[in-house]
Design a protein around this ligand. Structure first.
Ligand code: NAD
Length: 321
């Protein structure tokens, strides 16, 4: 069995390789070659922790396994990241454990890759202004991945906690782009692409604030009850997702579906667009919304890519097991 520790991940996988792995697995999901198993996520009644498993199998790449971990709110005080996860890969031919791979950085990379895949396939080609809602840990990864997909000239941003906005300003500076903190009216009126990545439980962005032709990547809502945009905006948009079952239950579309404004059958898997089975955006005025709920197969795809690189470069620790 190989071990690829968390500390080694950053030196192995690039955002570009993460993008390729995630795009490929979304395509495999849509063509029925890869599927996710039901997600388990529980409050374990200890340390306020949420713990769970995301798992699946890709018959094309033979990636089989699970990501296990969750959220420990007390970790920051211990100098640790609140979100903790580890990926375990199994040999699809024998069932033997193949590798233990650190999952923290991979989670950020695969989540940023997912919204970037949506921008590549759904945003208007002439998109110039990137709008960011959210300034937490994930937001910098999201911005770095998003700007590779279009010739953005400016980043604008809003955050519920304004004291966190410097993270967006610093990331934009690192990318050589001007940044401006704006209110939500300006964000919706000016941004061509909007990425939301917050832990909000109330609609932040309202339907009336968003101009025609915008592409939204709603990435924060991954649990029942969470919400980043008004259900009326989801209803107005053509909605794409990683997995329809998650979109309607734990994703951004859950509220529009519960209110009868959208149905599961209206929501398109992004993999169908990647595979050429759905045309994607149909006009410059259409609002496209990617509901990125986060699926186990994304984790397996990037973990498999890291493992291959670690073995190739001789940095995977081989342990008798
Ligand atoms: P973080 O704790 O570092 O940042 C939280 C962000 O949410 C900050 O911008 C904060 O200001 C904002 N926020 C907090 N409370 C809010 C409120 N009441 N209203 C509006 N905004 C509020 O978290 P992070 O690591 O950046 O993750 C952000 C979110 O993304 C989390 O909800 C996490 O579960 C989700 N996430 C989703 C995926 C996926 O695949 N879809 C993957 C990773 C993380």
């Amino acid at each position: 069995m190989f071990i690829v520790p968390e500390a080694a991940i950053g030196g192995l996988i690039t955002p570009e390789a993460s993008f390729d792995a995630v795009e490929a697995v979304f395509a495999a999901m849509s063509s029925g070659k890869a599927y996710n198993f039901p997600v388990i996520r529980e409050a374990i009644g200890h340390g306020d922790a949420l713990y769970g498993f995301k798992s699946g199998f890709d018959r094309e790449s033979l990636a089989l396994g699970l990501k296990s971990g969750g959220y420990w709110p007390g970790n920051a005080a211990k100098g640790l990241t609140n979100h903790q996860s580890t990926v375990i890969l199994f040999d699809a031919d024998t069932g033997r454990v193949k590798a233990l791979v650190g999952g923290n950085l991979l989670t950020a990379l695969r989540t940023a890759a997912a919204s970037a895949v949506s921008i590549k396939h759904l945003a208007r080609k002439d998109s110039k202004v990137l709008g960011m809602i959210g300034a937490g840990h994930q937001s910098a990864f999201q911005m770095r991945a998003a700007v590779k997909q279009r010739d953005f000239e400016k980043v604008i941003g809003w955050n519920f906690h304004p004291e966190m906005l410097p993270r967006l300003a610093e990331t934009a500076e690192e990318l050589g782009l001007p940044f401006e903190a704006v209110d939500l009216d300006r964000l919706g009126a000016e941004a061509d692409v909007i990425v939301s990545i917050t832990s909000s439980f109330d609609a932040i962005l309202k339907d009336a604030q968003v101009k025609d032709g915008t592409h939204l990547a709603c990435m924060g809502t991954d649990t029942k009850g969470k919400q980043e945009v008004e259900a009326a905006l989801v209803a107005r948009a053509t909605v794409f997702t990683d997995e329809v079952a998650q979109s309607t239950t734990i994703g951004e579309a859950q509220h529009a579906v519960a209110q009868g404004l959208k149905q599961a059958g209206d929501i398109v898997e992004i993999g169908a667009v990647i595979n050429g089975d759905h045309p994607g955006r149909s006009s410059d005025g259409e609002i496209t919304l990617f509901d990125g709920t986060g699926v186990g197969l994304q984790d397996l795809a990037v973990a498999q890519a890291v493992l291959d690189l670690a073995i190739e470069r001789g940095v995977a620790q081989d342990v008798a097991f």
